[in-house]
Design a binder for this molecule. Structure first.
Ligand SMILES: Nc1ncnc2c1ncn2[C@@H]1O[C@H](COP(=O)(O)OP(=O)(O)OP(=O)(O)O)[C@@H](O)[C@H]1O
Ligand SMILES: NC(=O)c1ccc[n+]([C@@H]2O[C@H](COP(=O)(O)O)[C@@H](O)[C@H]2O)c1
Length: 275
């Protein structure tokens, strides 16, 4: 049964997922436990959104493979899903726009649910229209919240000059909210403290401490694969099989986009640091 005192949350993780690792999946579990422990939130869904090919990061293999691996990895999860909308766009989509897209989808889904509920309700009890309208309004206010889920490296990347637009950071953190999982070497609390912009929105930033030092990274996995080393237990078994079947990640694939001088996400000229 839904607890009426908690806010429903959908977690959205954006990244290359090149390939998806066990740590990406663990990040969702850690975030859900952390938010639900506060007694204020109930996490209803997790969305993995792999970036499109136009991101042009070095070594980024085709989105179709990355999406498929993420699908295999989440097959057994009851709440983590994969969404390919971002990966199918021909141009790179800034993260703020990806969040906006998913938020609109959530609202549309809620709206449809409200419509169905309203019809059922009217049929059953024939309550006056204005009462129904007010209950629909109430539900909207209590609709799910969308939060961006990321590792501490992404939060700290907010401080890299010309990487993120200041208004995008304000929108992501101020309007939606952020759940940030610690990663070895980083100190998100210190970073938030040193940034005036982030400090302003500190109540919307949930830092989740990962006590088990776990530095699995996709970079490490790709390196092991091109050296013919085992990646078992770093990735879900189904993903290990997929990588083998399609002979993914070689010295050659690591050179993809190596000649791209400035990738699209590095091209802002009007951006400034997060303060
Ligand atoms: N070990 C980890 N601990 C915490 N967060 C992580 C970890 N690995 C990945 N993440 C987070 O998962 C999201 C997607 O990550 P991404 O696809 O860039 O993986 P990555 O392992 O950092 O990749 P790469 O090594 O290719 O840069 C990011 O928010 C990233 O910070
Ligand atoms: N300005 C922006 O919106 C911006 C800048 C850099 C990275 N990103 C996003 O952050 C994620 C980072 O992923 P990687 O760490 O794999 O590069 C990607 O989803 C990327 O689209 C967004």
């Amino acid at each position: 049964m839904e607890n009426p005192t908690t806010s429903k949350v959908v977690l959205l993780a954006c990244g290359s997922f090149n390939p998806i690792t066990n740590m990406h999946l663990r990040m969702f579990e850690l975030a859900r436990d952390h938010l639900e422990d506060t007694g204020q939130y109930s996490v209803i869904k997790g969305i993995i959104s792999p970036v499109g090919d136009a991101y042009k990061k070095k070594g980024l293999i085709e989105a179709s493979h990355r999406v498929e691996m993420a699908r295999l990895a989440t097959e057994s999860s009851e709440w983590i899903t994969v969404d390919s909308w971002e990966s199918q766009q021909s141009d790179w989509v800034e993260t703020s726009k990806v969040i906006r897209h998913h938020y609109e989808e959530l609202l549309a889904r809620e709206h449809n649910r409200d419509d169905v509920d309203t019809i059922k309700y009217t049929k059953k009890r024939r309550i006056e229209e204005n009462y129904i309208a007010s209950s629909v309004h109430h539900r909207k206010r209590d609709g799910p919240q969308l939060m961006l889920l990321c590792g501490a490296d992404v939060l700290e990347s907010f401080g890299i000059p010309n990487l993120w637009k200041q208004e995008d950071i304000a929108e992501i953190v101020g309007r939606y909210g952020l759940v940030c999982v610690t990663r070895s070497g980083g100190d998100p609390h210190k970073f938030i403290n040193q940034s005036d912009d982030l400090w302003k929105y500190r109540k919307n930033i949930h830092v989740v401490h990962e006590w088990v030092t776990n530095d699995i990274s996709a970079t490490h996995v790709r390196r092991a694969l091109r050296r013919g080393r085992s990646v078992r237990y770093l990735l879900p078994e189904s993903v290990v099989r997929y990588v083998q079947e399609h002979s993914l990640y070689s010295a050659e694939s690591e050179q993809k986009n190596a000649d791209v001088v400035l990738a699209p996400f590095q091209k802002y000229s009007d951006a400034s640091t997060s303060g």
